[in-house]
Design a protein around this ligand. Structure first.
Ligand code: HEC
Ligand code: HEC
Length: 307
């Protein structure tokens, strides 16, 4: 028999002996219960197989002569055989990559066993409790709750009275100013104000049906002032010609078509908080971290103060 196999057998017997010495037959040992027995039997099997597989490969290294076609390149006489990529290896490689992607996206980092996962779960639990607790808040109570959210999250930019701190952010006491309307007509708008992708064209897509031509600079001035003025004064004809097909004749918007330009609605505020936007004044950041009830409440608050 090859010396290596002899060594293998000696190592296995030595391990079995060592296991027996350390585990013994006392309580908790070899004859304690079936689960322990199975675990030890499994360990012995794994160990034995490992030893003999290693021996097999060591023998192969000792005995085998390499054969096959050599690649052209060689480095100081050391060359490479043109062997096929082993199928099992390639499959394992692919599976590892797929598993890696799963791991990073939905596996460990966001599930309950990681800190991020724990945080996400705790937040979800808290939000569910929060929303259940305040579910019945409506009317004045909801507005009051919205005011607290506003003072905590929004006043840094919009000011304690929501007046926009002299143009730092939008003045939320009124729906919209003329410069903002003008900016939207010039540039169009694509901020999911309706909750879904529904962009408004820019001036190159805005026809005045009364004249049949693209909206002009003068018309933009007039209609912007008209909208900012709560749909009063000059410009009603331009609005009907160029805007009302989407925003409605009274400017109050149409569901799934265009937003209300006359007053804020909780839905509009929620959509702004979910998607953020950029306008003539600056950038309104997303506020996804507020939960739905908080968004609804702050929307109710803004709707209320801008009436
Ligand atoms: C083809 C339909 C359509 C027409 C015509 C149209 N709008 Fe719009 N408008 C929209 C849509 C849709 C949005 C929401 C875009 C978004 O999600 O960002 C919008 C958004 C706006 C906003 C932004 C509101 C905000 O809260 O920021 C203003 C202001 C506005 N429109 C004014 C006008 C005026 C004034 C006219 C006429 C000159 C006009 N629109 C014509 C579809 C239209
Ligand atoms: C970092 C500063 C900042 C913070 C914080 C902020 N906003 Fe704004 N917000 C802005 C700016 C700037 C605008 C104007 C964007 C524009 O030019 O149209 C704006 C615009 C708005 C508008 C008007 C959108 C429209 O369609 O006309 C609403 C509603 C609004 N903010 C709500 C909120 C609420 C609610 C909070 C708190 C949860 C908040 N904002 C916090 C900067 C801020």
């Amino acid at each position: 028999m090859n010396k290596l196999y002899l060594w293998g057998i000696i190592i296995v017997i030595a391990m079995l002996g060592a296991t027996f010495l350390s585990v013994g037959t006392s309580k908790g040992g070899l004859n304690s219960d079936i689960v322990n027995m199975l675990a030890i039997a499994g360990a012995i099997a794994i160990f034995t197989i490992t030893v003999f597989v290693v021996i097999k490969y060591v023998r192969q290294m000792q005995m085998d002569n390499a054969s096959g076609e050599l690649a052209d390149e060689n480095w100081d006489g050391i060359g490479e055989y043109k062997n096929e990529l082993p199928m099992g290896w390639a499959v394992m490689f692919l599976l590892t990559m797929i598993w890696g992607m799963w791991y990073w996206t939905i596996g460990y980092p966001v599930n309950s066993y990681s800190q991020i996962g724990e945080y996400n779960e705790d937040t979800a639990v808290h939000n569910t409790k929060f929303e259940a607790k305040y579910k019945d808040f409506t009317g004045d109570k909801l507005v009051e709750m919205g005011e607290s959210v506003f003072l905590a999250e929004c006043k840094v930019c919009h000011g304690i009275n929501a007046d926009g701190i002299e143009g730092k952010a939008a003045n939320l006491n009124k729906r919209i100013d003329a410069a903002s309307v003008k900016y939207v007509i010039e540039h169009g708008s694509n901020y999911k104000l309706l909750g879904t992708e529904m962009p408004m064209p820019d001036r190159n897509g805005l026809f005045n049906a009364n004249t049949g031509a693209l909206i002009t600079d003068a018309e933009i001035e007039t209609v912007s002032a008209y909208v900012a003025n709560g749909m009063k004064g000059d410009g009603a004809d331009i609005f009907v010609g160029a805007c009302s097909s989407c925003h409605g004749p009274d400017g109050k918007g149409m569901e799934f078509v265009a937003p209300n330009l006359v007053e804020y609605t909780p839905a509009l505020v929620t959509n702004v908080l979910n998607n953020g936007k950029k306008g003539s004044i600056g950038v309104m950041p997303k506020f996804e971290r507020l939960n739905d009830k908080q968004k609804e409440a702050v929307g109710a608050y803004i709707t209320n103060i801008s009436k």
